[in-house]
Design a protein around this ligand. Structure first.
Ligand code: SAM
Ligand code: SF4
Length: 334
């Protein structure tokens, strides 16, 4: 009988998030410092062949969905080759990409042809100046072009990731909601997470997502719970009456979704992370080529997967049962 990736709490894992690099062409304020980041040397990153080997083993254990992330996955040369290698693995049904969208437009067609099914594009402001400030230098036109290119080549659904930050972009909630009235886009508001930050700076900007529904009600827009948009694990979904698009609220901090967590993470340097938030990691690289050893390492990682990430305790400055990761979000992949 096929073994499945089921943990101590009965959660079955069919989803792997793969970070393909820790490097990025941007320096978003909530993700990386402006200066002083050090990156893994290229030889420490898993090669495409190694990533595909790991995925082949995991597909035999029931993994069906993949997401490529980073750092910025599009800075890894020939990403479409990796997509094609992964799409050819029996059992893999869905390959998604999370990107900042700066380099996507010219490559969208090729990625789609290689087997990419859908895309999440991060966009935290609709104003060019503010976008440049948040990303420390990003050109919003390129991102908007990428969204249009993704629509054109038929990547579906297209999700727009918006990290909500108090005093930074919370005055744009209505504009993001309006996008869903105009286009078939799925806007996902994400709570700002305390990863790789000093606690006080994070708390000053943190905003619970109840703000989005309050804003919607103030505007007189009737937001009804909506069906899940494909691949939308942890989001609570809504649609404004008559809108072609939808929106989702991802509350990792205030309303964690750990009880239905079906995901494992693989960092660019080959570490299995059973939980986004905790420090536990298992490096798989030296086992690649020995399928049984790779399987066993994933089962070991699952064995210590915690029931809950406990980020809410960080908000309340309360004690936590594990050590939070020392990695930044760009070194995990979100
Ligand atoms: N570079 C790509 C991008 O920005 O989409 C992929 C990697 S990025 C780490 C993945 C997602 O994590 C992005 O949507 C980003 O906005 C989000 N993210 C980064 N730091 C975060 C934080 N502290 N809290 C919440 N989301 C965060
Ligand atoms: Fe780069 Fe994405 Fe982090 Fe922004 S959120 S710095 S684009 S990895």
């Amino acid at each position: 009988m096929e073994r499945k990736l089921i943990d101590r709490f009965g959660r079955q894992h069919d989803y792997l998030r793969i970070s393909v690099t820790d490097k990025c062409n941007l320096r978003c304020v909530y993700c990386m410092p402006e200066e002083g980041m050090t990156f893994e040397p290229d030889e420490k990153l898993l090669r495409f062949e190694e990533i595909a080997e790991v995925v082949r083993v995991l597909a035999g254990l029931g993994v069906r969905k993949l997401r490529l992330t980073g750092g910025e996955p599009m800075v890894r040369r020939d990403l479409e080759k990796l997509v094609a290698m992964l799409a050819a693995i029996p059992g893999i049904e869905d390959i998604a990409l999370t990107t900042n969208g700066i380099f996507l437009a010219p490559k969208a067609e090729q990625l789609r042809a290689a087997g990419l099914t859908r895309v999440n594009i991060s966009l935290d402001s609709l104003h060019a100046d503010r976008f440049r400030l948040i990303t420390r230098g990003g050109d919003i036109r390129k991102v908007l072009d990428s969204i249009a290119a993704a629509e054109r080549v038929g990547l579906d659904p297209i999700k727009i990731n918006v990290v909500l930050m108090k005093g930074m972009n919370d005055d744009e909630i209505a504009d993001f909601l309006r996008l869903t009235l105009e286009r078939k886009l799925h806007v996902r508001f994400i709570e700002y997470m305390p990863i790789g930050h000093d606690d006080e700076g994070w708390k000053a900007r943190y905003l619970p997502l109840s703000t989005v529904l309050e804003r919607c009600a103030e505007l007189g827009w009737d937001a009804q719970p909506a069906e899940a948009v494909y691949g939308n694990g942890p989001a609570r979904n809504y649609r404004i009456a008559g809108a072609p698009g939808a929106f989702g609220l991802i509350h990792p901090v205030s309303d964690h979704f750990c009880e239905t967590c079906n995901r494992l993470r693989l960092t660019a340097d080959g570490n299995i992370k059973p939980c986004l938030y905790w420090s536990d990691e298992f490096n798989v690289r030296r086992y690649i080529g020995d399928d049984r050893a790779v399987e066993e390492l994933f089962f070991r990682a699952l064995d210590i997967k915690p029931q809950n990430h406990e980020m809410a305790q960080a908000l309340a400055s309360a004690a936590q049962s594990h050590t939070p990761t020392a990695r930044r979000m760009s070194q995990i992949g979100g």
